[in-house]
Design a protein around this ligand. Structure first.
Ligand SMILES: CC(C)(COP(=O)(O)OP(=O)(O)OC[C@H]1O[C@@H](n2cnc3c(N)ncnc32)[C@H](O)[C@@H]1OP(=O)(O)O)[C@@H](O)C(=O)NCCC(=O)NCCS
Length: 161
């Protein structure tokens, strides 16, 4: 018998408001303090870079980044738990970094919980470095949790470092 192993098709596309029901299901499963649909709608309406990643046509994750006055801010990056560790977060992050370059951003910033090891590893692998801490930034079970501020410089010749 011939076993044919077909590689999953991965595609990136801009987020649409119709995606929000699926996105909210992923968001609420991924975070203890999820964004609301209104926050996602606001991001779409103000024209932030809002993208989804699909695996075999199934919406598996999303990323949102603002670019204002040469500064870019990665606001959300999330992959459904079923599809994690398959390289989708890497693909989406690389795409958002390319968009930051296209939009002539000088620096890209993000906040991450110090307890979020998978995310921190992903960002460090992509050349982000810790530049500071925002005290009591996130809600947490026991009061509040600090945020690490990570940044990546985008060099003028169009590349990232
Ligand atoms: C962080 C997140 C986006 C990573 O997405 P992903 O698709 O699983 O990541 P990838 O498969 O592309 O893996 C990329 C890197 O992330 C890190 N990583 C992913 N899963 C990990 C895990 N379970 N433990 C440790 N590191 C992990 C590794 O560095 C990995 O690189 P490697 O495969 O070379 O070791 C995903 O875990 C997620 O959505 N988490 C919940 C939401 C969240 O916390 N978002 C970040 C908010 S700041």
């Amino acid at each position: 018998m011939n076993a044919v192993l077909k590689e999953a098709a991965v595609a990136l596309r801009p987020m649409q408001e119709e995606d929000l029901e699926l996105i909210m299901a992923i968001e609420e499963q991924a975070y203890h303090y999820p964004w609301t649909p209104t926050i996602f709608k606001d991001c779409l309406h103000v024209g932030y870079c809002c993208w989804v990643v699909e695996r075999d046509g199934i919406l598996a994750g999303y990323g949102i980044m603002s670019v204002v006055a040469g500064e870019s801010h990665l606001l959300n990056l999330c992959i459904h738990s079923v599809y994690q560790s398959l390289g989708l977060g890497t693909k989406l992050l690389a795409h958002l970094l390319d968009l930051a370059v296209e939009h002539h951003a000088n620096t890209i910033f993000l906040e991450v919980r110090p307890s979020n090891f998978p995310a921190i590893r992903l960002y460090l692998e992509h050349g982000f470095a810790e530049i500071g801490v925002r005290r009591n930034y996130y809600p947490a079970k026991m009061g509040r949790e600090d945020a690490l501020i990570l940044a990546k410089t985008i060099v003028p010749d169009g590349g990232c470092r």
